[in-house]
Design a protein around this ligand. Structure first.
Ligand code: 17E
Ligand code: FE2
Length: 417
């Protein structure tokens, strides 16, 4: 089966390109292609980019925010953890799968094709992980899912948490998780970082820690994570999620750590909508933004991406899987709004996320790679960001996952029609 997509506006070429897809792969990309036996689809000069990547979400938590006992009154991270802890026993595998499917549908119809989800493994029955492992397989034709064995209640603060993480890896999770800032003492936080690295090496897995998700500038587990993974030569396989405290650290400390971060080639995930909401809760005024140093990390050449984190869970009431919303919030909060930054902002929810997920071998609009791409209802990257453009087509493995008809205004006034 051959398909010829004509008039695709790619991110880095001024002239529109034709894209030839053969079976499930990109066969050729050039200004003018001919293929007599191909189905022809005209993309009309619309912006065509690799699919959105959501590298950090908790699919086991979605749509639980309003369940009895789950509602977070203080809007803090720690109450979120407590609410989930008190209510999670009610969840069943089927119920989690049902909620997660709905979230995947929202994400995919907004242009996402790659998701890294956390699965809470501080649960001896491994309900979340079992559900998400089944879903990873069930949904693989429409979305690529990676799973983090994430000890939400701690490797040590929760009895046997470290063993449950290890069990999660043996069950088939792709990444090791930890939550050092939630352990009961700094020493246990450090021990959990050591353990995460040890497990990643033992089972040949990626690492993605919830790391320093707090305004406490003394929460410095990022430093240890960077040092250990750098020394083990696995910095590129490692992700530090949240790292909010790095936004509160003093500049002398940050200056020094930044140099190690560059050398280690660590990946960073910021969740701008969740962390601007959850952090700063003990501040009066001036009130901190709660995000890590997104702009400074990015300017230093470190890989940074944005993620959704929550869809209506005990941590965050809103969220809908549309990464364009997340990106819009993120570039505002991080003040990444020079014209050059806006022109390249889509990288924060596309290629940078793919690099974090370590899937670059299969990601991007290049001959030989899987024919996965999305088309935005915009004529340029700048206009896509300015208008928060929607996704009007998503193609995966050469097949249309969906097409969408953009809303059309009807009006008797010529200016408005
Ligand atoms: N769990 C956590 O530790 N932090 C978060 N931001 C969410 C869940 C959403
Ligand atoms: Fe998270």
């Amino acid at each position: 089966m051959k398909k010829l997509y004509r008039n695709a506006r790619l991110q880095d070429t001024a002239e529109c390109q034709d894209i030839l897809v053969e079976d499930d792969k990109f066969a050729a990309i050039a200004p003018h292609l001919e293929a007599a036996d191909a189905v022809v689809i005209d993309l009309g000069g619309k912006l065509t980019v690799p699919p959105y990547v959501d590298p950090h979400i908790h699919l086991d938590y979605v749509y639980t925010a309003r369940q009895e006992g789950a509602t977070n009154q203080t809007g803090t991270l720690f109450e979120g953890i407590q609410r989930w802890s008190e209510t999670k026993a009610d969840a069943t595998t089927e119920e989690i799968k049902q909620r997660a499917r709905k979230a995947v549908r929202e994400e995919v119809t907004a242009g996402v094709q790659y998701i890294r989800t956390h699965a809470d493994v501080t649960d001896p029955s491994q309900t979340s992980l079992t559900a998400l492992l089944e879903l990873r397989e069930e949904l693989k034709d429409i979305v690529t899912i990676q799973i983090v064995a994430f000890p939400q209640e701690g490797m040590y603060a929760y009895k046997g948490g470290d063993e449950l993480v290890e069990e999660g890896l043996r069950m088939g999770a792709d990444c090791v998780g930890a939550i050092p800032h939630f352990e009961l003492a700094r020493e246990f936080g450090e021990k959990s970082v050591h353990k995460a690295v040890e497990l990643a090496l033992k089972y040949d897995k990626l690492i993605d820690l919830h790391c320093d998700e707090t305004d406490d500038d003394q929460s410095r587990f990022l430093e240890l994570l960077t040092a250990l993974t750098y020394q083990a030569g696995i910095g590129e396989l490692t992700t530090a999620s949240h790292t909010c405290s790095f936004g509160s650290a003093n500049n002398a400390y940050a200056f020094r750590l930044m140099k190690t971060l560059v050398r280690a080639k660590l990946n960073f995930i910021s969740c701008p909508t969740e962390n601007i909401y959850l952090e700063g809760r003990q501040d009066s005024y001036p009130k901190r933004r709660g995000l890590t140093r997104v702009k400074e990390l990015h300017d230093a050449g470190i890989n940074v991406c944005f993620a959704q984190d929550s869809i209506s869970d005990p941590w965050y009431p809103l969220g809908n899987g549309n990464l364009m919303n997340v990106l819009d919030a993120g570039i505002h909060i991080a003040q990444m709004m020079s014209f050059d930054e806006i022109d390249h902002a889509l990288d924060l929810i596309t290629i940078n996320g793919a690099r974090t997920m370590h899937i670059l071998d299969q990601y991007g609009i290049e001959a030989g790679k899987p024919a996965n791409f999305i088309v935005l209802d915009a004529d340029s990257p700048f206009e896509a960001i300015r208008q928060r453009a929607g996704v009007i087509r998503s193609v995966r493995g050469g097949k249309e996952l969906f097409t969408k008809i953009p809303a059309k205004v009807q009006s008797g006034f010529s200016l408005l029609a």
